[in-house]
Design a protein around this ligand. Structure first.
Ligand SMILES: [Zn+2]
Length: 301
């Protein structure tokens, strides 16, 4: 993977057990470990007595039971959701129905499924979630004891929202920025142009640390985010060079740019390359054409 980004893979957790990770924040990791989710989805509990739950996670009884058990003597007053992927939002419907707590998010999943021959991750999308409160960038979610600022960060999904926990100057960064790996940008809902703009947006902020949707905290956010930007720009340059040199399809480009990948990683690399290619097309550097049954890409000179 990228050796120009200072990843941190240390993440010592027990599934189903709440860890107190800051004065006001607890974390329970769902037992949905996978190559895309690391050790599982992080569900965060903010506050004491009356609490907010961020990303209740997948539809998983063991995980929902762990949240219920941890909060057996407390009250959920807010449910915040960073984005509509199946490992983040489905549990929100269950908790909201049980507790009556309203849900807060940017909005439902809106992008239609991919229709083309291109690789996609449509199966990852939760199309049923629709929050009670549709939040916009800069909106504040406030209770008596604590508050969140909504930070719209599209790219990983169109509706991705990060939440800045103002009392601890910490950003719940969802899947936008994580310490353990780069974010998957899977078109059509994933969008590289938006993702790069959302990275830039974070470099203008002064969050002390990030609590991501998977893995441990990002403890030095600004240089870390800048390393992601540099990494993606290098990748983009490599992809553009292949198109200039005559590679015309996503498959051909990935073969050259990402050498020696396992089959599983080739799929992820094709998604990522496609996202870069669409970004290059959107910015007028290349053009997409339909040739027989496949899409080909040509440089604009
Ligand atoms: Zn996600």
């Amino acid at each position: 993977m990228a050796d120009d980004i200072p990843f941190n893979n240390s993440f010592d957790i027990t599934h189903g057990v709440a860890d107190q990770i800051s004065p006001l924040v607890r974390r329970i990791v769902a037992p949905n470990a996978s190559p895309f989710t690391f050790k599982g989805t992080c569900t965060y509990i903010v506050g004491r007595g009356e609490v907010a739950v961020i990303d209740p996670g997948p539809m998983n009884d063991d995980h929902l039971d762990a949240i219920r058990y941890e909060l057996r003597d407390e009250k959920i007053t807010h449910i915040l959701v960073t984005h509509t992927h199946n490992d983040h939002s489905p549990g929100a419907r269950v908790l909201a129905a049980e507790t009556g707590a309203p849900t807060y998010a940017y909005g439902p999943h809106v992008t239609p499924p991919a229709e083309s021959d291109q690789p996609n991750l449509d199966a990852a999308n939760d199309r049923e979630f629709d929050p009670a409160h549709h939040m916009e960038h800069g909106d504040i979610i406030e209770t008596g004891d604590w508050s969140f600022e909504c930070v719209h960060t599209p790219g990983h999904t169109a509706n991705h929202m990060a939440f800045s926990f103002r009392e601890e100057n910490a950003l719940f960064s969802g899947d936008h920025v994580m310490a353990w790996a780069t974010s998957v940008i899977a078109p059509p809902d994933g969008n590289m142009t938006a993702y790069m703009a959302s990275l830039s947006l974070l470099t203008e902020r002064k969050d002390r640390l990030y609590w991501p949707g998977h893995g441990g905290p990002v403890s030095n956010p600004n240089p870390f985010v800048r390393a992601f930007i540099t990494h993606r720009k290098m990748r983009e340059r490599a992809i553009f060079e292949r198109i200039e040199k005559g590679d015309r399809t996503v498959e051909a480009i990935v073969d050259k740019v990402y050498r020696g990948l396992s089959e599983r990683l080739v799929f992820a690399a094709r998604l990522s390359a496609l996202a870069h290619i669409q970004d290059l097309a959107e910015r007028g550097r290349i053009i997409a054409e339909q040739a027989e049954d496949q899409t080909i890409y040509l440089p604009i000179r």
